[in-house]
Design a protein around this ligand. Sequence first.
Ligand SMILES: Cc1cc2nc3c(=O)[nH]c(=O)nc-3n(C[C@H](O)[C@H](O)[C@H](O)COP(=O)(O)OP(=O)(O)OC[C@H]3O[C@@H](n4cnc5c(N)ncnc54)[C@H](O)[C@@H]3O)c2cc1C
Length: 476
Amino acid sequence: MNVNIVWFKNDLRLADNPALHAALQSAERILPVFVLDDHMPAIETPGGASRWWLHHSLSALAADLRVIGAELVLRRGEASHIIPALALETGASAVHTARAHEPAMRAVDKQVATALQVHKIEFHRHLSAALFAPERITTKTGGVYGVYTPFSRACFDAGVSEDELPVPTNIPGVRNIASDDLSSWALLPTQPDWAQAFPASWQPGEAGAHQKLAAFLQTAVGPYADARNLPGQPGTSRLSPHLHFGEISPRTVWNRAVHAKGQGVQTYLKELLWREFSMYLLWHHPNLASVPIRSEFANFPWADDRAGLRAWQRGQTGIPIVDAGMRELWQTGWMHNRVRMIVASFLVKHLLIPWQVGEAWFWDTLVDADLAANAASWQWVAGCGADAAPYFRIFNPVLQGQKFDADGTYVRRYIPELAALPNQYIHAPWDAPEIILTSARVTLGRTYPKPLITLTQGRERALAAYRQISKSGQHD
Ligand SMILES: Cc1cc2nc3c(=O)[nH]c(=O)nc-3n(C[C@H](O)[C@H](O)[C@H](O)COP(=O)(O)OP(=O)(O)OC[C@H]3O[C@@H](n4cnc5c(N)ncnc54)[C@H](O)[C@@H]3O)c2cc1C
């Protein structure tokens, strides 16, 4: 009886899953396994919100597998030991898994490959998380793209296959293999349960992913090009955690979007390619999460502003759009992309706090925390990444709020203490006359904080800091 192991990573789905499909082609029995690897560096260990998601996603996958005949085996420890040991225990002839993009996970894959080779067990890594293998997208001279637009053109030229792999109807499993109990991993928060509001926004697992996609393509993809910038409206797909955990394949999302009707389709495909570009950057810059691509930023004169950081994390900076974003993140495990850019820019530029510190907070609090997208986006905002927004272009959070949340819907949702302010002052309460503040029951410094820093002061301080690293005049 030939056994193949399917080692699930961030491909927690049955549909269009290349590792699962390939394993089923060449074995009579399948052992599906997930390993919680405690020995990964902190930078690749899931944060709190991701662990909440992982618990529910594994539970959904286990239930889906059980329906078609297989038990998901859960093991905790070093994957580099556990996978080869399970292969020997079951007499497996091959292990199939998703290809990793993250550096520590890539190293683990290599160790597993070496250990399996000793026993002449095959090891197959399948492209699963990305649309394109990173080495497939090269410049005309075979080089690496550093700029998004030509990269995205090359992706459009390469094309995405329409052939998706079917959901298996029957997976003959292997019996009597010991598995951990998911609850023993304690992935869920205990007291206080900061995730109690998450289920109102999310249904982790493959079914939830497909529902989100269908709902988006039915109603929101049409106006997406404009609506995606308005945090008060449900204008985006909210697929990011589902895509991160691989509950739906990027190929499925791409193909369904291509066939959907609506003006926003092209813009949506381009956003999917930002995700692709992030993975590509991480592949070519394995230190993306800690080291700025533009090396002069290694000497940036950052501030050690712990009080500022704490106020930012808690949504108490006194800048309404920033605080609304940080509270949305805490309450739902997600933040709208426009607001992610605003809060990140405020931290890095107005507060001069290193982007890696903001990146770490996002890593712990986002349900879609993704090493590639998070690192690439923080570097982009900080001006030190590939194809980044120039550092000296500093977002004014008040103007951003007035433009993208003109009627204050978003700010009022997350900052109820400002809800009674008229639209004119909702993004800059410090400009409101005393009588307006009083009638809205707002006392700055008491019911809502005064701004941590005036925006002009913060902007000038940021530009002065930037001048210190750009004295050479290479990057004005
Ligand atoms: C500072 C900062 C940190 C971020 N950290 C993460 C992160 O950890 N994980 C993450 O998935 N995204 C991250 N993003 C990118 C983006 O904010 C989210 O992908 C997006 O908000 C998810 O919402 P959505 O699924 O509704 O997006 P949609 O607008 O519906 O886009 C569809 C999909 O495209 C991808 N995508 C869209 N924009 C980007 C982008 N700029 N970069 C990479 N992929 C993108 C996502 O997978 C998303 O689900 C970050 C952005 C910023 C500015």
